[in-house]
Design a protein around this ligand. Sequence first.
Ligand SMILES: C[S@@+](CC[C@H](N)C(=O)[O-])C[C@H]1O[C@@H](n2cnc3c(N)ncnc32)[C@H](O)[C@@H]1O
Length: 231
Amino acid sequence: MTPHLDLNNIVLLGRSFEEYRRMFSLDHSQLESRKILDVASGVSSFCAEACAQGYNVTASDRIYRCSPDDIARRCRKDLEAVLAQMPGVSDNYNWDFFRDIPALENHREAVCSAFVRDYTVQGIGRYIPVDYPDTAFADDEFMLAMVSHFLFLYDKFLDYEFHRKTLLELLRVTSGEIRIFPVVDLRGERSKMADAIMHDDSFSRHGISIRHVDYEFMKNANEMMVIRINK
Ligand SMILES: C[S@@+](CC[C@H](N)C(=O)[O-])C[C@H]1O[C@@H](n2cnc3c(N)ncnc32)[C@H](O)[C@@H]1O
């Protein structure tokens, strides 16, 4: 069996606007005139790039209590740790979006730099320090909440109660939809937490579906969960 990325914690690596667009099947009509929450957004440049295009996005992550320099240093350390393992696990990835490992490194660095530039200027007006599962957002403050590379993927570190409480909190602060990508764990297998959420009575009045998307860097990570909210 091919070895998988062996992580001891949730890494501080970020994805770009284009990756979010593909992971969450977003188009202009879904982005415009909606207040959007990026959940555990870390060093992703999605918020910076989306706001530069006029969309209304708020980023939320526990690292937003740290300085830009500190975050950039921690991101570089996590990137080096992941890149060191990549040659041994590269068969688990599709190399079309990124041509090769150096291209992946350049992309992740550029994303982090774009995030740091915007975070330095915008600070906590746009980047809200949040320790999920709890937030201080108002009821129905957002129309769409997006969760990338946090819930399900890291089910090794985040137990079911954490998943349940975080999703209940997102249901409180969101009025339209919650989208979560991917629905696999770090081994590329469907997360048991995703199946448990789909069968949990706390969520049964909402419409939950799994949809194929046009993004698959880690093999088998090509679906998002969509929760259509009924209040
Ligand atoms: C792999 S990164 C994903 C970043 C971004 N969503 C993306 O896909 O580019 C995971 C993020 O989860 C954040 N995180 C982990 N536990 C958290 C918690 N309890 N509350 C808020 N953020 C958390 C980390 O700080 C990190 O930035």
